[in-house]
Design a protein around this ligand. Structure first.
Ligand code: NAP
Length: 236
C-alpha cells in the first residue's frame, strides 16, 4: 500500500485528507507543528502516525523525511498542504508578514519536496500534490502576499512536473476556493454570505471536496503539471 506524507495535517484540509486516506487503507504520516492535541487525537482515534516538524526549517524537514524512510522505506505521495493566511492591506504588510507568508506557503514546499524527491527519483515513482489556492490564479485584494506565495507555488508545480516527469514523478496542485476550516474563522457570517453569492454553486466547500481530488490524483497515472480548481465555480 502507498505511503503518504501530509504536511499541516493536524487541522482543516490536511486533517481531513489524513483521515480519508487512512480509511482507504493508505499508510499515512500526518505532520503537525503547533496543534499537538489535535495531532494526538489523530494518533489515538485513527491510528495515524504523526510527526512534529516546522516545515519552514530545513533540518526539521530532513529529520521528518528520514523518519518516514527509516520506518516505511519509501514515500510514494507527498501532500504539501501546510499553510497560513492573513488579511491585510498591501500598504500595511510588514517585511516580517511577507517573509513569513512566503516561507510557510512556498519555501516549505521547496524544502519538503527537495528532501522527499531524492527517494522518489531513486524509486522512479512519486506523486506530489501541492495545496494552492484560487487566489494564486486570480489574486485577492488584501491578501497580496498570500496570492503571491500561491502563484509561486503554481509555477513551482509546473516547473517541477516538467523536470521530474522522466523520473515518473507527477506533480500537481489543487487550488481550492473557500473551504470551511479554521482559516476562514476570521470572516464574519455576513462576509461568508456575501462570498456564497459570488459562488455559482452558492455554497462554501467542505474539506471532503479536496480529499476526493487528492485520492483521484494519487491513483491517476497521466496527469502532471496541472492546477486543479475546486471552487464551486467562483473562478471560471
Ligand atoms: P488551517 O485549518 O488553518 O490548517 C493549517 C494547517 O497548516 C495546520 O494543520 C497547521 O499545523 C499547518 N501549518 C501551518 N504552519 C505550519 C508549519 N510551519 N509547519 C507545519 N505545519 C504548519 O488551514 P486550511 O484551511 O486547512 O488550509 C490548508 C491549506 O489549504 C493551506 O495551504 C491553505 O492555504 C489552503 N487553502 C485553504 C483554503 C480555505 O478556504 N480554507 C482555500 C484555499 C487554499 P499546526 O496547527 O499544527 O501548526
Amino acid at each position: 500500500m502507498k505511503t503518504v506524507l501530509i504536511t499541516g495535517a493536524s487541522r482543516g484540509i490536511g486533517r481531513n485528507i489524513a483521515i480519508g486516506l487512512k480509511n482507504k487503507g493508505y499508510t499515512v504520516i500526518a505532520n503537525y507543528n503547533k496543534s499537538e492535541k489535535q495531532a494526538l487525537e489523530l494518533k489515538e482515534q485513527y491510528n495515524i502516525d504523526i510527526y512534529k516538524c516546522d516545515v519552514t526549517n530545513r533540518d526539521e524537514v530532513k529529520s521528518m523525511i528520514q523518519y518516514c524512510l527509516d520506518k516505511y522505506e519509501k514515500i510514494d505521495v507527498l501532500v504539501n498542504n501546510a499553510g497560513i493566511s492573513q488579511i491585510k492591506l498591501f500598504t500595511e504588510i510588514s517585511d516580517e508578514d511577507w517573509n513569513n507568508m512566503i516561507k510557510t506557503n512556498l519555501t516549505s514546499v521547496f524544502l519538503t519536496s527537495q528532501e522527499a524527491v531524492k527517494n522518489m527519483i531513486h524509486n522512479k515513482n512519486g506523486c506530489i500534490i501541492n495545496i494552492s489556492s484560487m487566489w494564486g490564479e486570480v489574486g485577492a485584494s488584501c491578501e497580496t502576499h498570500y496570492s503571491a506565495a500561491k502563484s509561486g507555488l503554481n509555477g513551482l508545480t509546473k516547473a517541477m512536473a516538467k523536470e521530474l516527469g522522466l523520473s515518473n514523478i507527477r506533480v500537481n496542485a489543487i487550488a481550492p476556493g473557500v473551504i470551511d476550516t479554521d482559516m476562514n474563522k476570521v470572516l464574519s457570517t455576513e462576509t461568508i454570505n456575501e462570498l456564497k453569492q459570488e459562488i455559482p454553486l452558492n455554497k462554501i466547500g467542505k474539506t471532503e471536496d479536496i480529499c476526493k481530488c487528492v485520492e483521484w490524483l494519487i491513483e491517476d497515472n497521466y496527469t502532471t503539471g496541472q492546477i486543479i480548481s475546486i471552487n464551486g465555480g467562483m473562478v471560471i
